[in-house]
Design a protein around this ligand. Structure first.
Ligand SMILES: Nc1ncnc2c1ncn2[C@@H]1O[C@H](COP(=O)(O)OP(=O)(O)OP(=O)(O)O)[C@@H](O)[C@H]1O
Length: 270
């Protein structure tokens, strides 16, 4: 039996009278890049919130490497290798790009407590050097090495999104949740994003789940695509299978105009 890195099943979430999710499910294997698409209001962000621990579901279970983590906090999940980026950017704008990556590695602590801080103990300095080296490595991987000393708050949207990804990778994740990672990116930035994500899955075995309205990007990058509609899974399969599914065309893909230009609230094909 294939062990999933991430598995959520029977997920139900209600907001008053609104059923945001009904018996929703998602599974991602190690080394797999899985796309989650669907119309506005389908429940994609709510499912991300449940998986990352921000929202406790009314029903259902979330498993990480087969262990039930439904009641675990977001911090616990992060400490066990789950990372998430958000639709709205969450960078520290007044820190440099490199410092944003250093902060992301701080949760392990410097070791030795206050005494080590005061005395600048050698172990503390070694850890600091290792973190800087790791930050440099990830920045280079993401094509951001030239921006290390720029303030994150001054970056154009596409670059800032890439910094968010770099920050999520600073401490290598086993499960990565990306919420609209390509939004605001130019074509060359999207290509770089795709290359980084693919490398992460292929070479590091990371399980990646991404929500994205840019359907062409999802279809190109993901081996498997899950379509949510009205809070439940409408269809799933390879990009070709999903494109060919009449229900998906009716509920979602059919809303993309022939010229591929997104209207507000509609998915984008390019
Ligand atoms: N905090 C909330 N309070 C009340 N209703 C909510 C809340 N969050 C989401 N909803 C409702 O739950 C449903 C699912 O919303 P969700 O944001 O998860 O969809 P989505 O697929 O991520 O949409 P989008 O593509 O627009 O981001 C929608 O009907 C939405 O209005």
């Amino acid at each position: 039996m294939t062990r999933y890195a991430l598995e959520a099943s029977g997920i139900g979430v209600r907001f008053g009278g609104v059923h945001a999710l009904r018996d929703a499910r998602i599974e991602v294997r190690p080394g797999e890049v899985c796309g989650l698409i669907g119309p506005n209001g389908a429940g994609k962000t709510t499912l991300f919130d449940v998986v990352s621990g921000i929202r406790r579901p009314d029903s259902g279970h979330v498993l990480l490497d087969g262990a039930d983590i439904t009641r675990r906090s977001p911090v616990w999940r992060a400490r066990h290798g789950m990372r998430r980026t958000f639709q709205r950017q969450q960078l520290f704008g007044q820190l440099t790009v490199a410092d944003n990556l250093l902060v992301a590695q701080e949760w392990r602590g410097g070791g030795g407590g206050l005494a080590a801080d005061v005395l600048a103990a050698p172990t503390r300095r070694r850890r600091e050097r290792a973190r800087r080296a790791r930050a440099d490595e990830v920045l280079a991987e993401c094509g951001l090495d030239g921006l290390a000393t720029d303030y994150a708050g001054a970056l154009p949207v596409g670059r800032a999104r890439m910094v968010e990804l770099a920050r999520a990778l600073a401490d290598p994740p086993r499960v990565l949740l990306l919420d609209e990672p390509a939004s605001g990116m130019a074509a060359d930035e999207r290509a770089q994003l795709a290359a980084v994500v693919r490398h992460l899955a292929d070479e590091r075995g990371c399980a990646v789940l991404l929500v994205e309205h840019n359907v062409a990007f999802v279809m190109e990058l993901c081996a498997r695509v899950v379509v949510l509609d009205l809070g439940t899974v409408l269809a799933e399969g390879t990009p070709a299978q999903v494109r060919a599914d009449a229900r998906v065309r009716d509920a979602y893909l059919g809303t993309v105009p022939a010229n591929g230009q997104a209207r507000p609230g509609m998915p984008r094909e390019g």
